[in-house]
Design a protein around this ligand. Structure first.
Ligand SMILES: Nc1ncnc2c1ncn2[C@@H]1O[C@H](COP(=O)(O)OP(=O)(O)OP(=O)(O)O)[C@@H](O)[C@H]1O
Length: 292
């Protein structure tokens, strides 16, 4: 086992929110998708990993090293991409690159030029005139040009159109062909993960709800559909979440056998998507949706 990122019992409290002793492990060569609803603690966790804010307690190890005492050497080996990348808006893409590159001892101009060409970056355009998608590609090109072993991205695909999103995901996937690289990225667009994630970690309300391989997660859960009159107080105990509308109910369950036994053939059992899993684990239990 080669742990690239190891978070143990990490806690951080704000006035109205706390991360409650979270644990996450990412091994070398894999992509982990970090999902959860708005305000669940994704950005806070990423800021703690990047040592941008101080933890209250717990431990964060990156490449086996404590992230506070080895801050500088660790940052050299990480590519960090986030939504509000702080570039100087007045500079051109090339000028900005010239400002950033000296900070990295392993900067590789050849790699930057390759990505600049692949992504069709307009080198002489001012940053303020770049589209959101182009800014994101620039941030990714920078992150990839110093031979980072770990890419950490906070919502890299948010606000991007489907075409650019899909291009970005292709680039991430091709990076993983080099098994020395690992990727940890947060998103609330679960369809991004269907394609590329190896592991999924779900956070809700500052707590890790689950963290496992995507395949395991999809294999062990089932969507159960039926009519409302089939429900009673007893037969809901195998449900992780329940959604009712005027036509019937939909639930998530891990226990297919037991559900089949209780409901018989009148029930419909389907495979869930990652979105189903996220929604059912994080919704309020009394949720009722109207059919409109
Ligand atoms: N500096 C701060 N002071 C006080 N509260 C904060 C601070 N930063 C974040 N929070 C609160 O912590 C909670 C978690 O925020 P966080 O940004 O980590 O969520 P998130 O999962 O990244 O959400 P989103 O998907 O909306 O970006 C929110 O309720 C937010 O208001």
């Amino acid at each position: 086992m080669n742990k690239i990122l190891e978070i143990n019992n990490l806690s951080k409290s704000y006035k109205d929110f706390s991360l409650k002793g979270i644990n996450i492990t990412l091994e070398k060569g894999y992509i982990m998708g970090f999902i959860g609803p708005n305000g669940s603690g994704k950005s806070t966790t990423i800021k703690l990993i990047m040592n941008l804010i101080r933890k209250d307690s717990g431990e964060i190890k990156i490449f086996g090293l404590d992230n506070e005492s080895n801050n500088i050497s660790i940052k050299e080996r990480i590519g960090f991409v986030y939504d509000e990348n702080h570039f100087y808006e007045e500079l051109t893409v090339k000028e900005m690159k010239d400002v950033i590159s000296p900070f990295y001892t392993k900067w590789d101009e050849g790699i930057f030029n390759k990505y600049a060409k692949d992504f069709e970056l307009p080198l002489n355009k001012e940053i303020k005139h770049l589209s959101k998608g182009m800014k994101m590609k620039f941030a990714l090109a920078i992150a990839l040009s110093h031979q980072a072993e770990l890419l950490i991205m906070d919502e890299p695909t948010s606000g991007l159109d489907p075409l650019i999103r899909s291009e970005l995901l292709d680039v991430l996937q091709s990076l993983l062909l080099d098994e020395n690289k690992s990727i940890f990225f947060s998103t609330h667009i679960t369809s991004d993960l269907d394609k590329i994630a190896d592991f999924i970690t779900l956070i809700n309300n500052g707590e890790i709800i689950l963290s496992k391989t995507k395949d395991e997660l999809l294999d062990e859960h089932y969507i159960v559909k039926g009519s409302k009159k089939q429900l009673n107080n007893n037969n809901q105990r195998n449900f992780i979440g329940l959604k009712q509308n005027d036509f019937g109910f939909e639930a998530l369950s891990k226990n297919k056998k037991e559900v089949m036994k209780q409901f018989g053939d009148s029930i419909k059992i389907e495979k869930p998507t990652l979105e189903d899993i996220m929604v059912f684990y994080t919704r309020r239990s009394d949720h009722h949706v109207s059919s409109h």
